[in-house]
Write a protein that binds this ligand. Structure first.
Ligand code: ZN
Ligand code: ZN
Length: 344
């Protein structure tokens, strides 16, 4: 697997701190902590100082943290309990005039605690690490692509099982058959998957913390003309969306590429969600691909394109690919063909 450039990340973060009005940053989002340091534990905060990075965690994670931070210019401080960890943080930020907090990840109570303990001026920041996370390095892309390949292989193993008319609950993912396909995020229930259904399968895998995300709509047996038309409509809309993706395009233009086609066919009101989202350490992350998004797709960003149309009792169809944005287009990371059927 291509290595990730974890060590280079804190330097890039330091270059954006000044513009955000802070001299140092306290990173409290565990996802951001992981991206910045490689630390994958469930408790840890990172202080990014002008010349030092320190991960403050508890005794359970000391050894793990030192291993995972091996490629990062930083050190680990262990505090037995929350009070001891706060003491460490107070010492670390003692000389900091303006300390940035991640406003979207700090609770009111935590903010009150920091305000009482730190001598620094606290500065609300938003999206500093998230902004850097938008563009994936080659190692991150390799992990997402490997996850996508694993998921594709899993689907290939599962498809033949549909002939036995299993219940949706026999799968631990979004599996929505027949009328249940009319609900975009339906949870599997006891309904059996039967001949004639459109089966919406939305699933992914995880490699080193990186997600993949793919949806295919499988025709079980011979679909009715109405269902076949629904599936063809969504498949074409998705292809139009993928064709629109390239570096520099407004995310909302990709949404429009899918949505306008579905609207023209008369089903605009049944396309009830945004077209896509970024994928990385989170299954849903920036950028957002929808009608009101102000995001612009950058080269190296990984996004999904996933239009769907949901027609109640008739069922639903959604097709989703995860792609990496390139200078002149995009490259799909999810490679399972679209025309899946399961004949019996
Ligand atoms: Zn999905
Ligand atoms: Zn998705």
């Amino acid at each position: 697997m291509i290595p990730m450039d974890v060590g280079g990340r804190v330097g890039r973060l330091r270059t954006v701190l000044g513009a955000a009005g802070c001299d140092a940053l306290l990173v409290t989002s565990l996802t951001n902590v992981r991206w910045l340091t490689g630390f994958s534990g469930s408790a840890g905060r990172v202080v990014v100082l002008p010349d030092e990075l320190v991960l403050v965690t508890d005794g359970r994670y000391g050894d793990q943290a030192r291993l995972e931070l091996a490629g990062v210019d930083g050190r680990v401080a262990e505090g037995r309990n929350l009070a001891a960890q706060l003491d460490s943080l107070v010492d670390l930020v003692a000389g900091v005039r303006r300390l940035g907090l991640e406003a979207e990840h700090v609770s009111w109570a935590a903010h009150q605690g920091y305000a009482g303990a730190f001598g620094s001026e606290l500065v609300a920041t938003t999206g500093l690490v998230e902004g850097l996370r938008l563009v994936k390095d080659a190692g991150e892309v390799a992990r997402i692509e490997t996850a996508a390949d694993i998921a594709s292989e899993a689907l290939a193993h599962v498809l033949p099982l549909l002939a036995d008319e299993p219940a949706e609950t026999e799968f631990e993912t979004i599996v929505a058959a027949g009328p249940n396909g009319g609900f975009p995020h339906h949870r599997p229930d006891a309904r059996r998957i039967v001949e004639g259904d459109l089966l919406v399968v939305d699933f992914g895998a995880l490699v080193d913390g990186y997600h993949s995300d793919m949806t295919r709509t499988v025709a079980v047996g011979e679909p009715s003309p109405e269902r076949a038309e629904l599936l063809a409509l969504v498949t074409e809309a998705e292809a139009l969306g993928v064709a629109a993706v390239r570096a520099g395009i407004d995310a909302k233009a990709v949404d429009a590429a899918c949505r306008d086609y579905i609207i023209a066919a008369g089903w605009g009101e049944r396309f009830t969600h945004g077209t896509g989202h970024g994928v990385g350490l989170l299954i849903h992350e920036a950028p957002w691909v929808n009608a009101t998004s102000t995001d612009v797709l950058g080269e190296g960003t990984v996004v999904t394109v996933e239009p769907g149309v949901y027609r109640g009792g008739l069922g639903g169809a959604r097709v989703e690919d995860t792609v990496i944005v390139t200078s002149d287009g995009c490259r799909p990371l999810t490679k399972t063909p679209k025309d899946l059927s399961c004949l019996r």
